[in-house]
Each structure stands twice: as C-alpha cells, then as structure tokens.
Unconditional design. Structure first.
Length: 369
C-alpha cells in the first residue's frame, strides 16, 4: 500500500474516533443518518480512491477504498454500508464510457459534495434469475422515460442521487437520477432490526425522464459495462464486513481478559478467526488490485465475498458467546455486531445468492452478463 494510502487510512481512522464514535448508539437505536460525517469523509478524500486524479479523485484504487470502508466499519457497520453506497456510485461513474455523466457527477460524488446511493439490488438479482426487473424504460426524445417501484434503496435523501437500471425490451439501460427529478417519489420502508441509520427508502418512478447525459451505459453497451463494475461492486462490500470482523475480534480479546480460561472451550476462538481473516484480507487486496486493472475473476470474487459473509457471522456469534450475558445487553456493542453481521450475509448479493451464482459458474460455464 502506498504512503498516500496509509495517510488516508490514518486520517479516516482519526475522523471515525472523533466524529463517528459518539454517534454510534443513536445511529443504531434511533436511526440517525450521519450525513455530516459522510461529507467529512468525502472532504478528507475518503471516497476519492475510486476516481482518477483527472476525474477529481486520488487514483489509489479499490484496495484503498476497501480500507476506508473497513476503518468506518470498525466502529459502525451501518455507516460503513452508507459509505459503501457512496463509493459504489463513484465506481460506477468512473467505469462509465459516457464522458457527459462522469463530468456531471463524478467529482462531486468523490468529494461527497453530492451524496449518492446505489439502487442495484434488483438488477443484480434479476441478472441471475432471482427476481423480475422492477423498472421499465421506453425511448423518448433525448433519452428515456422510466417507471416502476424499487422497495429498498439506501443512502438517500432529498438532494441525493443514485444509480439504477431499467429494462427496455430485451435490453437494459443504466443511469443516474435523483430525488429532485419530476416523477420520483421517496417513501419510507418498514422498520429494520438494524441499519436504520442508512436512510433506506422505497422509490417510485412515474415516467421519470432520463437524458442521455445521465446514462452510465446504453443498452448496446450494458453487458460489457456490468462486467466492468461487478467485481468492484462486490469487493467493496468486503470492507463493510472487514470492519465488523475487526470490531468482533476486539470484543473477543476484551472478553478473554477476564474469562479466557473458560472461553478456551468455545468454537471459533480468536486465533482461528484471525488466521481466516488474514487469509481473507490478503485475497481481497489481490482481487481488488486485479479489479482496478480490469482483470479480476468473477468466480473467485464471489467466493471471497461469500467467505467474508461467513466469517462475519462466525466472528459475531463468537464475540457474543465469549462475552456471555454482557453481550446480551442492548447497550452491548456485541449485540449490535450480531445484527450488523447478519446484514452482511443478506445484503445483495446475499449469501444464498452468492452460493447460487457460484454454483452456476462452477457447473454451468461463464456468466453471460
């Protein structure tokens, strides 16, 4: 990792301690959305790694961006997820061949002057045959008209933008839109058991106009474009899980100070978890560098993301068991980590989705899109 990346992570770690740590309980228990913190992360260069210097970024790459998400996740998994949404949208823009959409949005997303979401859950599930596509598009002068409903999109607000795809005939178009567009409605979702501070909303599109200047990938380029963003999209999520694992290992260490002798009899002890974690991190960094260069293998990427979800679940459960009754208190960080780890295993691509897609690739050949 370059010195500039090390400096970035040091600065983000300091910002997490001063500005995020005091908010964690309110984020988890009251659904506080940490908008000011996210903007400060952007001002500190915390989303710039996925953009080139010419685009207003640092060009440090996906591995550095994963490191930023990990630093945030060490303190708060929910906020790491919101930060992932921002970073993912920046990644989509960076990979787009449409100079107009990059010039219009990318620098502001990298600096978090504009906050951004990623409404790609339905798309990713649709492309592997899990769901129908919820948004439909039709051609019109200068662009497309998009209609439909998406039930869960995160890191949203009245001034936010986000990425979506819409189906048009047998093809798809991917684009940027925002809450201020005519025909867009943001609606509340049912209450979650965790991640309430991520500003997750339902979206309704009623003939929303999408000009060509806001298109990330036109239908003819969509398949190649999805291939170009998919590995990075998935690997960035490992940053969320990595931070949660760090937090769990810290809690296990604390629990072992007073109860190490009896905790010895538990499965998934700290040495075993740390060994698995070191292996996961090394593989993630290698794949992130390959994805930044456009050469990461999809099968290994999916397998590594699945391993991250499994390790996150094991580490959180182990932290709870090592902590005993103290970890069962609502105020315990361990109790929150269990719920955060569950989210890592169910957020798209969920563990069941990952295993399906891994199986498809192993037994059915290359993935078509």
């Amino acid at each position: 990792m370059s010195q500039s990346a090390e400096t970035l992570l040091h600065n983000i770690a300091k910002l997490v301690k001063t500005d995020l740590k005091p908010l964690v309980e309110d984020i988890d228990r009251k659904g506080l959305y940490p908008e000011d913190f996210l903007r400060k992360v952007g001002a500190a260069g915390g989303f710039a790694a996925v953009g080139s210097p010419e685009e207003g970024g640092s060009g440090l790459g996906l591995a550095a961006q994963i490191g930023v998400l990990r630093e945030i996740g060490k303190e708060c998994g929910a906020t790491a997820f919101s930060a992932w949404c921002q970073a993912a949208c920046g990644w989509y823009l960076h990979q787009s061949a449409n100079a107009a959409v990059r010039e219009r949005y990318l620098a502001d997303v990298l600096s978090a002057k504009v906050l951004a979401g990623t409404g790609m859950s339905n798309t990713v599930k649709h492309l592997v045959g899990i769901e129908e596509h919820f948004l439909k598009a039709e051609k019109t002068d200068g662009g497309y008209l998009v209609s439909g409903v998406l039930p869960w999109v995160s890191n949203l607000g009245d001034s936010h933008i986000w990425a979506n795809t819409a189906q048009i005939g047998d093809g798809y178009v991917m684009f940027i839109t925002g809450a201020g567009r005519e025909g867009v409605t943001l609606n509340p979702c049912p209450e979650f058991c965790a991640l309430e501070g991520t500003r997750t909303l339902a979206l309704r599109f009623d003939k929303v106009f999408v000009p060509h200047e806001d298109v990330l990938a036109e239908p003819a380029a969509f398949a190649d474009y999805i291939r170009s963003i998919k590995a990075g999209f998935i690997l960035l999520q490992i940053g969320i899980g990595a931070g949660i694992i760090d937090g769990c290992l810290k809690e296990i260490e604390l629990a072992n100070v007073g109860s190490g002798e009896v905790n010895f009899y538990l499965d998934n002890g700290i040495d075993e978890l740390q060994e698995r974690y070191d292996t996961l991190l090394a593989k993630t960094v290698r794949l992130a560098d390959e994805a930044w260069a456009g050469s990461a293998g999809l099968l290994e990427t999916l397998q590594t993301r699945a391993a991250a979800a499994e390790l996150c679940l094991d580490a959180a459960q182990s932290a709870a068991l090592h902590s005993g009754a103290k970890g069962y208190l609502m105020k315990s960080p361990v109790q929150r980590r269990v719920r955060e780890a569950m989210f890592v295993a169910i957020v798209t691509p969920a563990l069941k989705h990952l295993r399906k897609e891994i199986s498809d690739l192993e037994f059915g050949g290359e993935y078509s899109i």
